[in-house]
Design a protein around this ligand. Structure first.
Ligand SMILES: *Cc1c(COP(=O)(O)O)cnc(C)c1O
Length: 410
């Protein structure tokens, strides 16, 4: 079973958890309360001695547990906690594992809302240094005695910068630091952060894993690589049993139970169904994205294209080493910034919308929308030019999509 492919593992994971009433798909459990024949079993759920028991749906249901098992298997981890959104998952990691006076080193190339969250964390007394994480030496230089965590994205949205994860992972291992990787854009179909020593993997299930733009969700997976005995912020209540589960126990109790960004069973079901075609979708969209990136790069009206599988990408060699394909995310700039909006309006298939990882191709000018609130200084620091256009490549037939871009650029 250890060597089986991604798709086989996903489509058979429900069955392996124990089938209910012969249902081949995991049922959607909508009950908020979970009752027991004997009160001792209820007590056992609270005290963690009743195996796999449920008590109150804010902390999980059999349906969300099935999705958690699916993601744990995909990431080759030791456990997963799901959340209502990717931001719910990311917030839970920062707010439950960091304390006032701690220091976080993060990539300066991160999702806009994650960057906005850094501002909130600073107000709670957490020190944050953002660095160009494509260069591990910058991460090393930023470390302080109170550094507790290093946070990067695999392929950064929207600039597609690729953090030097093998070197950062090694650095974190040497210093006993928790390395957290946001695997949203790549997903475990293209890359597993455990392979570069990440202790926690966070991701928005809304994007690649769900893949249909019809459900929000997030996940935190423990890879089992970080030794929680080295982390001073684990409360005594969770320093019990297998130390590999300490961190996730705290994320589930303090992050999910207390903060309450709970994934509903309905959305967990949508995400699980979407995940069944993960490998197929990622292969198709990556191939289309590469064809489109090559076409755009060769077009005289385009000044730059950012896609990790292009030879011109600054981290191309590293990307080839780490990722089995380049994902559905690419961005580019037209030579004439003023022509940008008219070009986007001429696109017929690509939907003018924010969001990522949908079945439909989505296109958005970055500076006046998702990075508007950040302001010009932050945009400059994150390498976001005024004319940058972001694409999330969908499941359309490649030839149709290429034809749409050809007519719009004409
Ligand atoms: C979208 C996204 C998130 C946030 O996920 P939501 O499900 O929208 O909350 C986090 N990180 C990255 C890289 C993203 O693209």
């Amino acid at each position: 079973m250890g060597s089986e492919g991604i798709s086989t593992g996903i489509v058979h994971s429900d069955r392996r958890l124990g089938i209910e009433h012969g249902g081949v798909h995991k049922p959607i459990h909508t009950s908020v309360q979970y009752g027991f024949d004997k009160v001792e079993d209820l007590i056992g759920v609270f005290q963690g001695t009743t195996k796999g028991g449920f008590s109150y749906a804010r902390q999980g249901t059999p349906t969300t547990a099935a999705l958690e098992a699916q993601i744990t298997r995909l990431e080759r981890g030791v456990g997963t906690v799901c959340f209502a959104t990717g931001m719910g998952a990311i917030s839970a990691v920062f707010f439950t594992l960091l304390r006032a006076g701690d220091h976080l080193v993060a990539s300066q190339f991160v999702f806009g809302n994650t960057n906005s969250l850094f501002g909130t964390l600073r107000d709670f007394g957490i020190e944050i240094t953002t660095v160009d994480a494509t260069d591990a030496a910058q991460v090393a230089a930023a470390l302080r005695p109170n550094t507790r965590m290093v946070f990067v994205e695999t392929i950064a949205n929207p600039g597609t910068q690729v953090a030097d994860m093998p070197a950062i992972g090694q650095l974190c291992a040497e210093r006993g630091l928790l390395f957290v990787v946001d695997n949203t854009i790549t997903s475990p179909a293209l890359f597993r952060p455990t392979d570069v020593g990440a202790g926690l993997v966070v991701q928005s299930l809304t994007k690649t894993i769900s893949g249909h733009g019809h459900a929000l969700g997030g996940a935190v997976t423990d890879t089992g690589r970080f030794d929680w005995q080295n982390h001073p912020n684990i409360f005594a209540a969770y320093r019990k049993g297998d130390p590999r589960q300490w961190g996730l126990a705290q994320v589930r109790k303090k992050g999910l139970r207390d903060m309450g960004a709970t994934l509903s069973s309905e959305h967990a079901h949508h995400i699980s169904v979407g995940a069944e075609t993960l490998a197929l979708r990622v292969a198709h969209t990556s191939a289309t994205a590469l064809a489109l990136a090559r076409y755009l790069e060769s077009h005289p009206s385009v000044v730059s294209v950012r896609y990790p599988m292009l030879e011109s990408h600054p981290q191309h060699a590293l990307s080839k080493q780490l990722f089995s394909a380049g994902s559905w995310l690419l961005s580019f700039e037209l030579a004439d910034t003023a022509a940008c909006m008219a070009f986007i309006n001429r696109l017929q298939l690509a939907v003018k919308a924010t969001g990522l990882g949908d079945t439909r191709t989505l296109v958005i000018p970055v500076a006046p929308t998702i990075f508007w609130e950040a302001g010009p200084q932050v945009r400059a620091a994150m390498g976001i030019a005024d004319g940058l256009i972001r694409l999330s490549v969908g499941l359309e037939d490649s030839a149709d999509l290429l034809a749409d871009f050809e007519q719009a650029l004409r």
